[in-house]
Design a protein around this ligand. Structure first.
Ligand SMILES: [Zn+2]
Length: 455
């Protein structure tokens, strides 16, 4: 079954056709390591991981490259504030980023190239652009001349009149309203890191790094470039201009961009105090994979509204699924009790492939997973096998649903509490419950007896 994606270049859902049979070159814009990745960034990385897993589910071999931006305006500003050298400042955030990916069960990329390790590659592209007169020097910096690149604005749908001829912007990030000549190389400034280049000493602008690193590891033309919607303009637009301007070849066949995450219906911002990261989620006692589950409940091209309540619901759903899988694994019911199981299994798998291949419809596929869980027509073994198979795409680690080891101190306390409860000494049992809670655990009295859960 063909895989279809919404391609920003054509504004259509298109059947995916790779350049080479059964292999995919995938580039995704990585983190700027000046802080921890926030949950909006993480949502994008989860969407990109689902994209990769959907391709792998269809037996594509995916070569995934994700850059690390370790030189940029914000980094320089904040490293200065922290009185640290650039790499001293960025290294802990880079490490934390890899840790986040692991906790979210995001598959490791083929390469995580760093900008500062690819300056010669950037210089080469800038030199080519200068030679073709697509770039020019002004006040010691090098700018891309957008009026010379006829296709400028095609990806983001900018109209000609929005292009400000001759105006220049040298910030790494800038407003959407204007399209201006953007900076490729910034002239050396006091107190900033700099490199030597044939066109003058300085440092690269942000956009050029992605052209340099994607083409180095994936070739001048590759299959898919992904990122968040706010990168369509100017970042991805500029990448196309730089790359195609320098090589004269088509840069990327499919641009796939994921929507934003909102917090309580609002855009995340420092002033609202709603910029959360994975540490905040863990501090409140949630499993990082509950956030992954939450991300799967919205289509990547829809906004996802994050609330602590929705995360709680996701955590409960994930816990329930784990419980189901654990029980199914040890269940003894055989398929010969039920009729047509083979046919039903095939039908479920067919539906699953149809949903995920239709522009990564994870929410629909997740609903199917629950249909399988609740089905009266499927036997336990078939259910188990289907869930494990679907989880290759979901990446919720359902098959390894390891129940957390409860410390013996907590178990002892729970036992004492149960004893007092049976004796109807509720004052004492309540005291112990509070003690257990203060140690980070919850006791829930279920029909089958008390259950311990992480707070
Ligand atoms: Zn990028």
């Amino acid at each position: 079954m063909a895989v279809k994606f919404y391609n920003t270049l054509t504004r259509k859902k298109q059947v995916f056709k790779p350049l080479k049979p059964k292999s995919v070159g995938l580039y995704t814009c990585g983190p700027t390591v000046y802080n921890y990745a926030h949950i909006g960034n993480l949502r994008t990385y989860i969407f990109e991981d689902i994209l990769r897993r959907v391709l792998e589910y269809s037996d594509y071999k995916v070569r995934h490259v994700m850059n690390i931006t370790d030189i940029e305006d914000k980094i320089i500003r904040d490293a200065k504030k922290a009185k640290k050298l650039i790499y001293e400042f960025t290294e802990p955030y880079e490490k934390a980023f890899y840790g986040d990916l692991k906790k979210l069960n995001i598959k490791e990329a083929y390469r995580y190239p760093k900008a500062t390790a690819h300056i010669p590659e950037m210089i080469k592209i800038i030199s080519a652009l200068l030679k073709k007169e697509l770039a020019y020097k002004a006040d010691g910096s090098i700018y891309f001349d957008i009026s010379k690149f006829k296709k400028y604005g095609r990806l983001s749908g900018l109209k000609k009149r929005e292009l400000k001829a001759g105006a220049r912007v040298d910030n790494d990030e800038y407003a959407k309203e204007n399209a201006e000549d953007f900076v490729l190389w910034k002239v050396k400034k006091a107190g900033e890191p700099w490199w030597r280049a044939p066109f003058g000493e300085g440092r690269p602008g942000w956009h050029i790094e992605c052209s340099a690193m994607s083409m180095k590891y994936l070739g001048p033309t590759f299959d898919i470039h992904a990122g968040a919607v706010d990168l369509i303009f100017p970042h991805h637009e500029n990448e196309i201009a730089q790359s195609e301007g320098a090589t004269g070849k088509k840069f990327v066949n499919y641009f796939i961009e994921g929507e934003h995450l909102l917090v309580d219906g609002e855009k995340m911002s420092k002033s609202l105090g709603n910029v959360f990261n994975l540490r905040d989620i863990e501090t409140r006692g949630f499993d990082p994979l509950a956030f992954r589950y939450l991300a799967l409940t919205a289509h990547y091209r829809s906004k996802l509204n994050f609330t602590w309540k929705s995360l709680e619901a996701a955590q409960n759903a994930l816990d329930n699924l784990r419980e189901v899988v654990k029980n199914l694994k040890t269940a003894t019911q055989h398929s010969n009790i039920l009729k047509n199981v083979g046919m039903l299994k095939k039908r479920s798998m067919g539906k699953f492939t149809k949903y995920i291949n239709d522009d990564l419809n994870a929410p629909r596929a997740l609903a199917l997973l629950w249909e399988v869980v609740k089905s009266q027509k499927l036997d336990n073994k078939t259910k188990y096998n289907l869930i494990v198979d679907f989880d290759k795409v979901f990446g919720l680690n359902l098959a390894e649903s390891k129940t957390e080891k409860i410390p013996s101190q907590i178990l002892e306390l729970a036992k004492d509490r149960e004893k007092y409860r049976k004796e109807k000494n509720f004052k004492k049992s309540d005291e112990i419950r509070k003690k257990i809670e203060s140690l980070g655990w919850l006791v829930e009295d279920a029909l089958s007896g008390p259950k311990l859960k992480r707070k």
